[in-house]
Design a protein around this ligand. Sequence first.
Ligand SMILES: O=P(O)(O)OC[C@H]1O[C@](O)(COP(=O)(O)O)[C@@H](O)[C@@H]1O
Ligand SMILES: [Mg+2]
Ligand SMILES: [Mg+2]
Length: 340
Amino acid sequence: MRPITLIQFLIEERRAGHINAELSLLIEVVARACKRIAVAVNKGALGGVLGNAGTDNVQGEAQKKLDVISNEILLEANAWGGHLAACASEEMEDPQPIPDMYPKGHHLLLFDPLDGSSNIDVNVSVGTIFSVLRCPDEVAEPKAEHFLQPGTTQLAAGYVVYGPSTVLVLTFGHGSHEFTLDREVGSFVLSRRDIRIPEQTAEFAINMSNQRHWQAPMQRYIGELLAGKDGPRGKDFNMRWVASMVADVHRIMTRGGVFYYPLDAKILAKGGAGKLRLMYEANPMAFIVEQAGGAASTGRERIMALQPTALHQRVPVFLGSKQEVELATHYHREADGAQG
Ligand SMILES: O=P(O)(O)OC[C@H]1O[C@](O)(COP(=O)(O)O)[C@@H](O)[C@@H]1O
Ligand SMILES: [Mg+2]
Ligand SMILES: [Mg+2]
């Protein structure tokens, strides 16, 4: 069978009525930008792209050179196509409008230009995460408030992993599909259509160094997994933590599993509500995972049902194999009920 390129796939999706021409162009532009990011990431020490940029982003985190480079590549690529009304990024406090000299489109694009930045300098997989919303028709100059739409309204979401191979996973709400970059041809090629995450798993991902800070239901849930065959679950669980959400989610999209970044006492003490960002990490990943038959929750509510209140809002994230997410969520709700 002849390989199906991303462009051919987008034509199919247009014919099926899942997307319009403008959204198709948007995805092509983002995919092209991610190919450029892949090239920059691959240069490593030889390209002078490793290390800190010497600046902080809006969230007070030290920016890596590649955070800044990836952000610029995405902004530049998306400025002129006529498919966007504005962009928002982890690396910028406010949304960036499309410059007046360029035609404007009807979409809002949010991205985490480089996810897993702490892994760049040690040559471990990093990635890009993105989410696409519709710009309200009456809005000529989109501001942060116009991006504050629940995840259920996303028109598209995707991530790219810059790993041993460069892989794009994409959804328009009709399944989640994987494309692998063929470097010789320069195209993303469909490698898995309609990915399914098994409902059960014996593998979980969590940063165990935060264990002492977790709330009681998380202690109970992970305690039961760690007890393995001898505990109430009656089976052994394996643990993995890459510390790049894209890589951890991609493992789940490939062989199942579950990912947790819960709320904990350390986060609460700093006045926070979670570690991961709702608009450009949690929502797009939740859309992709749900479209693959998985579940995504904050531990209390479905992530995509949340009404966002701020562009850089943080939330707890539980996502992956449905039965595990549901059990962990059940423990949290039960504990909340017992308290209330
Ligand atoms: O270092 P920790 O606390 O384990 O957190 C790791 C998490 O933080 C993140 O790196 C946040 O993403 P950024 O690198 O885009 O800030 C996730 O990718 C990852 O899951
Ligand atoms: Mg990130
Ligand atoms: Mg990032």
